[in-house]
Design a binder for this molecule. Structure first.
Ligand SMILES: [Zn+2]
Length: 202
């Protein structure tokens, strides 16, 4: 992490120097901290650092490890139809899809720029759960548990913040109720058994 921090610091300084050279001043928003402590995720370097942290946490806490390449773009996902808006009142903040990348499968992800670091990481975690479901080929039929599992991991990433409570209270998102059954399963049987149960679903 020290190298990443150093790189982020160098990147910040170089960016500001370039801006000053071209515009006579620096509007650069990150002035006091390194990229990996930035309050909001506004550029690709911050996004990549946050992505790396999410992957570490997913591996440690949920045994979720991905081998296909991840192509993360910091931009709002393409608009969806009205049905998606009805199913997901959270709106259009992040999306995952499997794409062909040099003849192999890869995960393409879009996340809206400018989100707080915590929200960004929880959404990346959510989308990486869908990525893992595709790679490991489970929950292909059970849409309710598929979305529920992603929300469950997202919830754990947000835990302790006001956002987490809000997530649980969302009533109308896609198949929302299954997050409650997963949390219940987890409180009775523990994290490992919950992961095993979910992974055994076709
Ligand atoms: Zn989802």
């Amino acid at each position: 992490m020290a190298v990443a921090q150093w790189l982020a610091h160098v990147f910040t300084e170089v960016s500001r120097a370039i801006e000053r050279a071209f515009f006579g001043q620096s509007q650069f928003r990150i002035t006091t901290s390194a990229f990996n402590t930035a309050a909001t995720i506004d550029n690709g370097v911050q996004a990549k650092l946050a992505l790396a942290e999410v992957r570490t946490q997913l591996s440690r806490d949920f045994n979720i490890e991905l081998s296909w390449p991840i192509l993360l773009e910091l931009k709002a996902p393409p608009a969806q139809g009205w049905k998606a808006m009805v199913y997901n009142p959270e709106g259009n903040m992040a999306r995952h899809q499997v794409v062909d990348f040099k003849g192999n499968s890869a995960h393409q992800m879009w996340v809206k720029p400018g989100l707080t670091r915590g929200r960004f990481k929880s959404l990346v975690a959510h989308e990486l759960v869908h990525a893992f479901q595709r790679e490991a080929s489970f929950l292909t039929q059970n849409l309710s548990l598929r979305e529920g599992m992603a929300r469950w991991v997202e919830f754990h990433f947000l835990k302790g913040s006001a956002e987490a409570d809000r997530l649980l209270k969302l009533k109308h998102y896609t198949f929302g109720r299954s997050i409650e059954s997963i949390l219940e399963f987890e409180s009775k049987s523990g994290r490992q058994a919950t992961l095993q149960w979910l992974r055994s679903q076709g």
